[in-house]
Design a protein around this ligand. Structure first.
Ligand code: GCU
Length: 700
């Protein structure tokens, strides 16, 4: 496919790029961030590049002024929240009568930090796009979450685990955009797994910063191959080069590490986290990293999970494991992020006891460790108790850990949500999770930092969705998911429609406003549509086992992974009640437990997550359970046709390249939705023997 100037390379910065090309407006910019630190240098070069404007030292003549201030930005106006110093205030002060004759009103962008000035600058730039709905003139804003992180599941062989947008932008074939500092590597050979495409990394770092992302982990949590050695030279020197790029855009850089690295790299006979040799090994390793990357963020660790090594092997707890890393990192101000995605992946499908319920796993492994983690350790907990499914309740660990720093984990990459082939903008699901009340009137997004030993070490993390594809995300419309994630981290309650409309305006500037809104509407509907035709009513894990795309209702049913739906001739769903099931319901506070205990009060979205119900069960709307499942699947598939119609109506406003790519994917989505519909309806009809009341045809 030919890539034109109007392709999606610039993602949501496209409108700003066009504006810059067309703009004859001249700016004179004054910045008081004059230091030589990486972020100040980057801020100044971004301003010069974007505005094609000289920096002036005299603020009296400037048309744009960026200045650092205290959180109290003006009389009675204050930046608030746990990350107030990253917030910004943009305003155009009224000029005095005396000044009026002399110059036009300058725009003032203020923040307590240089990082905040960078965010404020991008916000102002986006707001200047004529059709953008956000006009940040005279606006004050600060992030809700202190940590706003992306996890790259990129691997040193150039592949991306659960990646749907081509190869890794970090690792893999030596590219053509190699900058001189990258060529200068002592050992450019088979071992050098770094792609070296600096331009792409700079562009990605800019996208991240433009939506307020402030941390990134550079490699997959399953640490394999050369990635195990990234913490050592010569690989470390490459990591340092990448870190420098991301740090200049205000992102702290983390690495995933393999718990067994001391044995794999240096042959240590034990990995016991309480053994002094092991501790010293990590101390020295961390010291070397900080020599190269003085502002290094720290480590992300997946241990004792899905075959990864961990502290259990040595009779130690996860707190022992995490604290070993925390001690090494604390000496340099670093952080260890420890994942709570720990479960027994060798269950027997016949076992329906509490011990075999995978939904209980994170809670069982961690709840009694509350308060035992070091102050610079953070527990990263997936939003739901199983694994990024289309519908899950909130992980009950968020109720149990009151003395631990917590990160809530999401997936921007659409592992279970249609692989960026099917349109799926998951912001509604994320917001539903973040607004879950864990205390009277207090949503989990707020309690994360409320009791944490270090409130600065709490926030959100998500697996990224970018790759080497020409449009970064495979499906050009999946760029919205990355953009939406950034906006969501910044403002946990931002209305979905305002995000989709803003994204659409910034990404399709040549489209008229009506059609920009059509695209936004497609996004807004997409999560619900997908939910309708994929696994029903929160039952989860009916996906195809090879890769998690498309239906495979029995693919996981008799396996060891603990993800069962228990469909049989009598009913479907997992009984997690206290009265009759695994007792999982009892992990929630009383009021919620009471609601989930009873199928008549359980929200439809998670009905089969909590209950095993007969097919004739009466739903709240009067339909039988089986009829509701049939109807949902037919409706979901039919609504994909509607998405296609909406997209077709945009044809003349969208460049051919993107139009074709999205059209192609929508057709694939249509086939996928029909396959889900037919396979699910067939599967459950065979079990239940109950016909669809409407006698619709199944095309299998
Ligand atoms: C899911 C995913 C894996 C991943 C794991 C994790 O199970 O399918 O690819 O490694 O989550 O979060 O660690």
């Amino acid at each position: 496919m030919e890539i034109t100037n109007d392709t999606a390379d610039e993602m949501w910065l496209r409108a700003s790029v066009m504006m810059r090309r067309a703009n004859h407006q001249t700016f004179e910019v004054n910045v008081d961030a004059t230091g030589e630190d990486a972020v100040s240098l980057r801020l100044r070069s971004e301003i010069v590049q974007w505005l094609r404007a000289p920096l002036v030292s005299d603020s009296a003549h400037a048309t744009v002024i960026l200045r650092t201030v205290t959180a109290q930005v003006a009389d009675g106006l204050k930046l608030e929240g746990p990350a107030a110093d990253e917030g910004w205030h943009i305003h155009v002060p009224a000029l005095s009568e005396h000044e009026k004759g002399k110059s036009s009103d300058p725009v003032i962008i203020e923040s307590p930090s240089t990082r905040g000035l960078l965010y404020g600058f991008y916000a102002w730039l986006e707001g200047a796009v004529p059709s953008a709905s956000m006009k940040p003139q005279d606006k004050i804003s600060s992030p809700d979450q202190p940590i706003r992180m992306l996890d790259q599941w990129d691997q040193s062989d150039g592949s991306v685990e659960r990646g749907y947008a081509g190869e890794s932008i970090f690792y893999g074939r030596w590219g053509s955009n190699v900058h001189s500092e990258f060529v200068n590597f002592p050992d450019r050979g088979a071992q050098d797994v770094f792609r070296g495409d600096t331009d792409r990394l700079i562009a990605y770092a800019r996208f991240c910063a433009s939506v307020g992302i402030n941390a990134i982990c550079l490699n997959n949590v399953n640490v394999r191959g050369y990635a195990i050695r990234f913490i050592q030279d010569p690989w470390l020197s490459r990591v340092a080069q990448i870190a420098h790029i991301f740090e200049s855009f205000g992102l702290s850089v983390f690495l995933s590490v393999n718990f067994a690295a001391p044995r794999i790299i240096s042959g240590l006979s034990t990995l016991d986290p309480c053994n002094s040799d092991v501790q010293q090994w990590w101390d020295k390793t961390v010291d070397r990293i900080y020599e190269r990357i003085p502002h290094f963020g720290g480590f992300v660790v997946k241990a004792d999970s899905e075959g990864e090594p961990g502290p259990y092997q040595y009779g130690r707890t996860h707190a022992d494991g995490a604290n070993m890393f925390a001690r090494a990192l604390a000496r340099h101000g670093g952080t260890v992020i420890w994942r709570a995605f720990v479960y027994n992946s060798h269950t027997d499908w016949r076992d329906r006891s509490a011990a075999a319920d995978r939904a209980r796993a994170a809670w069982e492994n961690f709840h009694d460790l509350d308060g035992k983690f070091a102050k610079n350790a953070v527990l990263q907990v997936k939003f739901g108790p199983v694994d990024f499914q289309t519908s899950e309740p909130l992980n009950p660990l968020f109720f149990a850990m009151k003395h631990t720093n917590l990160i809530m984990e999401f997936e921007v990459t659409a592992e279970y949500l249609g692989h960026q082939i099917d349109l799926n903008f998951p912001l509604p699901q994320w917001e539903q999770m973040a607004s879950w009340l864990v205390e009277k009137n207090v949503p989990v997004s707020k309690t994360l930092g409320l009791y944490a030993p270090n409130p600065q070490l709490t926030g959100f993390a998500a697996v990224s969705n970018v790759g080497m594809d020409w449009n970064w995300t495979g499906n050009p419309l999946a760029q919205a998911n990355l953009f939406g994630y950034g906006r969501f981290c910044w403002d946990n309650n931002i209305p979905t429609t305002s995000v989709s409309e803003q994204w659409s305006a910034l990404t399709f500037p040549r489209c008229d406003q009506d059609h920009q809104k059509t695209i936004a509407r497609m996004l807004d509907q997409s999560n619900e549509i997908y939910k309708h035709y994929a696994a029903p009513l929160g039952v989860g894990f009916m996906v195809n086992r090879d890769g998690h795309y498309g239906p495979g209702p029995d693919d996981y049913e008799f396996s060891r992974w603990g993800t069962y739906h228990f469909a049989d001739r009598d009913g479907i769903g997992v009984d997690r009640t206290q009265s009759n099931g695994t007792g999982y319901v009892g992990l929630y506070p009383e009021k919620q437990a009471k609601m989930f205990e009873n199928p008549n009060t359980t929200p439809d979205d998670v009905l089969l997550f909590f209950h095993h119900l007969p097919y004739a069960f009466r739903m709240k709307d009067g339909r039988s359970l089986i009829q509701r499942i049939y109807d949902d699947h037919f409706e979901g598939a039919a609504r994909v046709e509607d998405l296609i119609r909406q997209w077709n109506s945009c044809k003349k406003f969208v460049d051919e390249c993107r139009w074709k790519e999205v059209s192609h994917r929508l057709l694939l989505q249509q086939a996928n939705a029909c396959e889900w519909r037919d396979e699910m309806c067939t599967f459950l009809y065979r079990f239940s023997g109950i016909s669809d009341e409407h006698g619709r045809k199944i095309n299998r």
